[in-house]
Design a protein around this ligand. Structure first.
Ligand SMILES: NC(=O)c1ccc[n+]([C@@H]2O[C@H](COP(=O)([O-])OP(=O)(O)OC[C@H]3O[C@@H](n4cnc5c(N)ncnc54)[C@H](OP(=O)(O)O)[C@@H]3O)[C@@H](O)[C@H]2O)c1
Length: 327
């Protein structure tokens, strides 16, 4: 008889209320995969997009939401040599994190950093994979460069500020309240701009313009970001909270040698994600183990209250990450 687990599924596209507790079969690890017994699962904005029917999971992924989790290795598939039963890990998931068990490639698991609790570790994978791959691997941020990240108090923002500051960039960020701006400064931002009463383009141009911008807002921010870039600057788009379509004068791109690029993590190949995991283990995990940087946790909800967690995230009252307590 197939063993079942508790999970939260998306019953139909819609608001937080469409998330509902259900029973599902416990998945079995295939080649190169492990089964994780989840203690905590991270909640991310892309989960809300999936719930709303705007971000379909890849064809081979679970339909359950949840892109990251922390827990214990419960079973190991063929071909896995680096992990053993009982190891505590945090893992990037193709989906399926809102559940008691999940399978994921072993190469997408990272050890829980020293002295870190499992709820904090569950906050790491989605944002650290996203920020490292975009800001450092794709964007090539270097010490001494001026870096602007929008949404500074988001899971992504709190991670990007700390990493960019640690690696020697001058960090600018935007957020929607003075309290959020203060948190961003405490995390290492040199300039935290409350976008409701200050123009980020003016602030950053007074300092010479941005060498690199990480943006999730899009829409009207696109031409403003282009104005805020220094010559040879790079703009990396990781979402379009205010829409993907806008009118833009491309002559600027040519005349000032600008680069506009972007990426989404989830559809990338297992190998590409494994490469990011390797880089994180080498360059970032020692910093987390030393406590030089840390996940910023806003709140914790029981798995069965995933709808409340989504409503809280969509209220944008949170600062940092939201997690679900699973077991
Ligand atoms: N490309 C990828 O692979 C990838 C991976 C992970 C996440 N993401 C994207 O990165 C963004 C941050 O993710 P997260 O999980 O860290 O989210 P989050 O913690 O919910 O943060 C999003 C922040 O954006 C701001 N915001 C919300 N709605 C907005 C709107 N309509 N216009 C402007 N700002 C808005 C809010 O800050 P204020 O209150 O300060 O405005 C909010 O705190 C999301 O858009 C997500 O989809 C992309």
């Amino acid at each position: 008889m197939t063993k079942t687990m508790r999970a939260v599924e998306i019953t139909k596209p819609g608001g937080p209320e469409v998330l509902a507790l259900c029973d599902r079969p416990i998945p079995q690890p295939g080649y190169g995969q492990v089964l994780i017994k989840i203690a905590y699962a991270g909640v991310n904005r892309p989960d809300a997009l999936q719930r709303a029917g705007l971000y379909a999971p890849p064809p081979t992924a679970s339909d359950l939401p949840g892109l990251e989790a922390a827990g214990r290795v419960e079973a190991i598939g063929p071909g896995v040599t680096d992990l053993t039963l009982g190891d505590q890990v945090c893992a990037l998931l193709p989906g399926g994190g809102y559940a008691e068990y999940v399978v994921t490639p072993a190469a997408h698991c990272l050890p829980v950093p020293d002295n870190m609790s499992l709820d904090q570790a569950a906050c790491l994978p989605e944002t650290y994979f996203t920020v490292w791959s975009n800001v450092f691997m794709r964007g090539g941020l270097k010490a001494g460069e001026r870096f602007l990240v929008h949404g500074g108090s988001s899971g992504i923002g709190t991670t990007a500020i700390q990493l960019a500051d640690h690696f020697g960039a001058c960090v600018f960020t935007t957020a929607g309240s003075d309290d959020k701006c203060q948190v961003c400064r405490d995390l290492g931002a040199d300039f935290a701009i409350n976008y409701r009463d200050q123009d980020f383009v003016q602030v950053i141009n007074n300092e010479g313009g941005a060498d690199l911008i990480l943006d999730m807002v899009g829409g009207p921010y696109l031409p403003r970001n282009v104005k805020a870039l220094a010559d040879d600057g790079r703009l990396i788009q990781i979402a379009f909270l205010q829409g993907p379509q806008v009118e833009l004068n491309f002559a600027q791109i040519m005349m000032r040698r600008l680069t506009i690029t972007g990426s989404t993590l989830r559809p990338q190949s297992d190998l590409a994600k494994a490469n990011i995991a390797e880089e994180l283990l080498k360059h970032v995990w020692p910093l987390l183990s030393k406590g030089s940087i840390r996940p910023i946790m806003d709140s914790e909800f029981p798995l069965e209250n995933a709808a409340d967690a989504h409503a809280h995230m969509e209220s944008s009252k949170h600062i940092g990450k939201i997690v679900l307590k699973v077991s």
